[in-house]
Design a protein around this ligand. Structure first.
Ligand SMILES: [Zn+2]
Length: 185
């Protein structure tokens, strides 16, 4: 599998961790989000086809593409501007790692909307890992997905919530970009 990492913020360890994740399916219009809560905050992992963020999945070859990727990277590096928490919770970003990765496996049967190709090499996605710390977890009763206002190419966020031993799956769309969090998580 061919994969080129164009940009990387912070630790090389993040790159190594990403390398194990790229074989999972990739569906245009949908982003995958995993949120894992702890006593002091939460970790959020985002995977989204680059088609939905910058409008292409081909390797970056010109200044226009580079500019679009740089702008996207900048937006994706500010998670609390995309995933807005109540101010009472006092959340802040501890870590933000964003990469653009090529060589993504396509969800079965889906062809690339632009090239018609179904080869893995024709797909790329942004992958981001965030660590958020909050002063008052009891005030963290919802997340607003301002993400949709920034990235209109995403129709749906497929969210996996994990807390303790429990796991929940929720799909969020731009029509109702809010996720209520249960108080007993
Ligand atoms: Zn794709």
């Amino acid at each position: 599998m061919k994969r080129v990492v164009l940009a990387l913020f912070l630790f090389p360890a993040a790159l190594a961790a990403q390398a194990t994740q790229v074989s999972t399916p990739h569906h245009h219009g949908s982003a995958q989000i995993d949120i894992v809560f702890s006593d002091t905050g939460f970790a959020l992992a985002l995977r989204v086809p680059s088609m939905d963020i910058v409008g292409f999945e081909t390797p970056v070859e010109n200044d226009d593409s580079r500019t679009r990727v740089a702008i996207a990277m900048s937006k994706l590096s500010d998670p609390l501007n995309l995933f807005v928490t109540p101010s009472e919770a006092g959340c802040s970003t501890v870590a933000a790692h964003v990469v653009l990765t090529y060589g993504i496996t396509l969800q079965s049967g889906e062809a690339n909307a632009v090239t018609g190709s179904t080869t893995a090499e024709s797909h790329s996605e942004f992958q981001a890992d965030y660590v958020i710390q909050c002063h008052d977890m009891s005030a963290l009763n919802m997340i607003e997905f301002a993400y949709f206002a920034q990235f209109s190419g995403t129709d749906q966020l497929n969210i996996q919530l994990k807390t303790g031993g429990a796991q929940d799956a929720v799909d969020i769309t731009g029509a109702a970009p809010y996720l209520d969090l249960p108080p007993d998580r």
